[in-house]
Design a protein around this ligand. Structure first.
Ligand code: SAM
Ligand code: SF4
Ligand code: F3S
Length: 459
C-alpha cells in the first residue's frame, strides 16, 4: 500500500479515526471475522493490521464495532449460506446503528454473481470488496466514510504482492504466513482460481525475513500457506531448507500441497530438516482415475501412491492427511468405493471430506449428476466410518512413544491440556497449568482413540 493514492487515503481514514477519538474519548472499534481457509484467516489479520494502523482498535464482538468486516469463503454452498445468514441477521442491527459500517470482502465478494446478489438483496451492506482490492482498502473505506454511500470494488486486477503490511495475528505462538497466492490448476469443481487469480509467489528473502521476525517475537510454529504451497515458484524444498537454518526453538508446517508437484525432493527436505514437521497434507480428492481425470487433477491414484511409498520407504510411518470430495457429478458407487479402498491403502492420519457442492461458473457445475445429495451424504458417512477404522488402528503406533507437543489450549476434560505433535495429531494430557499454553512439552503416549492420542508429560 505504498502508492500515493493509498497514502492519501490512509490520511483520510486517520482524519476520521482522530475526529472520532476527539469526540468520544476512545478510538473507533473494528471487528473482522474471517470464514474459510487459513489463507483467508491470514488475509483477515492483514486487514485488521491495516485498520489498526489507521487508528481503529480491534474489538471482540460486532455489537460494539463502528466497522464490521466479514471476510467470506465461497468454496462450498454451505460456506456461502453461513454468510447470507449472518448478514441477514444484521439487518435489524444496522437499522438501529446507522453509522456502523458493514463490509463484506473475500472470495464470495470477488464472485460477480454473488456480489450482485448481495448488492440487490442486502442494502445493509455498505462496502463490498473482492480479494484483489485489499491494496485499495484505505481508498474504499475513505469513500464510504466521506460519501456515506455504498462502495463496491470487485475488479479483477491482481497487482504485485505487497510486502508493506502489518499482519495483526490473533495467535501469539502459532503464525500463518502466506508464501504464495492464487491457483493455476482449474480443477473442474473449484471456484478458487476464479476468486484468487493466478499463482504469485513471495520472494524467498521476504519469507525468510518474516520467519526470522516471528521467531524473535517468540512464535513457536509457523504455517507456510498457499493454495498449492509446493508449487512455490522459487522452489519449495529449497525454501524449507533455507528456513530450517534459522536459529530458534520453533517448527515449520505447511499446507496445502498438490500431488502433481509432490516430488521425492520435497519428502527428502521434510526428512532432512529438523524444524519441519514430519507430515504432509496432500489433497487426494478421489482414488478413482476416471474421476481424477474429470476433476482435472493431473495425476492418477498410482502417481499419488508412489509419493506415499517413497516417503514410507524412508520413514515407515510417515504421516499423511488429505482432502476428499464425495459425489463428483457422474461418480458411481463403484468409483466412490475406489476412494474408500485407497484411504485404507494409504493409511491417512486424518481426512477432510466434503460432499461435492456445485459452484456456478466452474466446468463441473454443468455436468449431469444422477446421485442425490441424500445419497452422497450416506457415502460420506461410509467414508468416515472407513477412516475411523483406519485411524483407530494407525494412531495406536504412537502408544509407548514420546512426542514433542506444542500446547495449544485447554482440553475438554477439566485439568487437561491439548496440543499437536509433529504429525499434527491431537495429544491430550493432564496438566492444570494453563500458563504452559504456547510451549513445547514432551508427552509419553499411553493410549489412542480414532481422532487423538493421550499421554503424560515426561522429561
Ligand atoms: N488447493 C488445494 C488442493 O488442491 O490440494 C485445496 C484447496 S480447497 C480451498 C480445499 C478443499 O476444498 C479441496 O481440497 C476440496 O477437497 C474442497 N473443495 C473445493 N471445491 C469443492 C466443491 N465444489 N465441493 C466440495 N468440496 C470442494
Ligand atoms: Fe481448487 Fe484445484 Fe486450485 Fe486446489 S488446486 S485451489 S482444488 S483449483
Ligand atoms: Fe474459501 Fe477462498 Fe479459502 S473460497 S477455502 S476462503 S481461498
Amino acid at each position: 500500500m505504498a502508492d500515493i493514492a493509498a497514502e492519501n487515503a490512509l490520511e483520510r481514514v486517520k482524519e476520521y479515526t482522530g475526529r472520532y477519538r476527539m469526540q468520544h474519548g476512545t478510538p473507533p472499534l473494528c471487528y473482522v471475522h474471517s470464514f474459510g481457509c487459513q489463507q483467508n484467516v491470514s488475509d483477515g489479520e492483514k486487514l485488521l493490521g491495516a485498520l489498526v494502523k489507521a487508528g481503529y482498535e480491534k474489538c471482540g464482538s460486532f455489537e460494539q464495532a463502528q466497522l464490521i468486516i466479514f471476510n467470506t469463503c465461497a468454496v462450498r454452498e454451505n460456506a456461502e449460506d453461513k454468510v447470507y445468514a449472518v448478514i441477514g441477521d444484521l439487518k435489524k442491527f444496522k437499522a438501529a446503528h446507522r453509522d456502523t459500517i458493514l463490509g463484506l470482502c473475500g472470495c464470495m465478494a470477488q464472485e460477480k454473481k454473488t456480489s450482485e446478489r448481495i448488492q440487490a438483496a442486502y442494502p445493509q451492506v455498505d462496502l463490498i470488496f473482492g480479494t484483489f482490492a485489499y491494496p485499495r482498502l484505505y481508498e474504499l473505506l475513505a469513500e464510504v466514510l466521506e460519501r456515506k454511500k455504498r462502495v463496491v470494488d470487485i475488479e479483477e486486477t491482481a497487482g504485485e504482492i505487497s510486502e508493506d503490511f502489518f499482519q495483526l495475528r490473533e495467535n501469539k505462538f502459532s503464525a500463518f504466513l502466506p508464501i504464495m497466492y492464487g491457483c493455476n490448476n482449474f480443477c473442474t469443481y473449484c471456484i478458487v482460481p476464479y476468486v484468487r487469480g493466478r499463482e504469485r509467489s513471495r520472494k524467498p528473502e521476504a519469507v525468510e525475513a518474516e520467519v526470522r521476525q516471528l521467531v524473535s517475537d517468540g512464535y513457536r510454529e509457523i504455517w507456510l500457506l498457499g493454495q498449492n504451497v509446493n508449487s512455490y515458484s522459487y522452489g519449495f524444498p529449497a525454501l524449507l531448507r533455507r528456513l530450517n537454518e534459522i536459529e530458534g526453538d520453533f517448527r515449520i508446517r505447511f499446507m496445502s500441497s498438490h500431488p502433481k508437484d509432490a516430488t521425492p525432493d520435497l519428502i527428502d527436505a521434510i526428512l532432512d530438516c529438523d524444524k519441519v514437521c514430519k507430515h504432509l497434507h496432500l489433497a487426494l480428492q478421489s482414488g478413482n482415475d476416471r474421476i481424477l481425470k474429470e476433476m482435472n487433477r493431473r495425476y492418477t491414484a498410482e502417481d499419488y501412491y508412489k509419493i506415499v511409498e517413497y516417503a514410507r520407504s524412508k520413514r515407515e510411518d510417515f504421516s499423511f492427511s488429505t482432502d476428499i470430495i464425495v459425489g463428483f457429478p457422474g461418480e458411481s458407487y463403484e468409483e466412490f468405493c475406489d476412494t474408500k479402498k485407497f484411504i485404507k491403502r494409504v493409511k491417512f492420519d486424518n481426512i477432510y471430506s466434503f460432499v461435492y457442492s456445485p459452484r456456478s461458473g466452474t466446468k463441473a457445475a454443468g455436468l449431469p449428476d444422477g446421485v442425490s445429495d441424500k445419497q452422497k451424504g450416506l457415502w460420506l458417512r461410509e467414508l468416515l466410518l472407513e477412516q475411523r477404522e483406519v485411524s483407530t488402528q494407525w494412531l495406536s503406533r504412537f502408544v509407548g512413544r514420546t512426542c514433542r507437543v506444542l500446547i495449544d489450549g485447554k482440553a475438554r476434560e477439566p485439568g487437561w491440556l491439548t496440543g499437536k505433535n509433529d504429525e499434527n495429531i491431537i495429544v491430550n494430557f493432564p496438566c492444570a497449568d494453563e500458563g504452559m499454553i504456547g510451549q513445547f512439552v514432551n508427552v509419553k503416549i499411553t493410549g489412542s482413540m480414532n481422532w487423538a492420542v493421550r499421554g503424560e508429560i515426561t522429561e
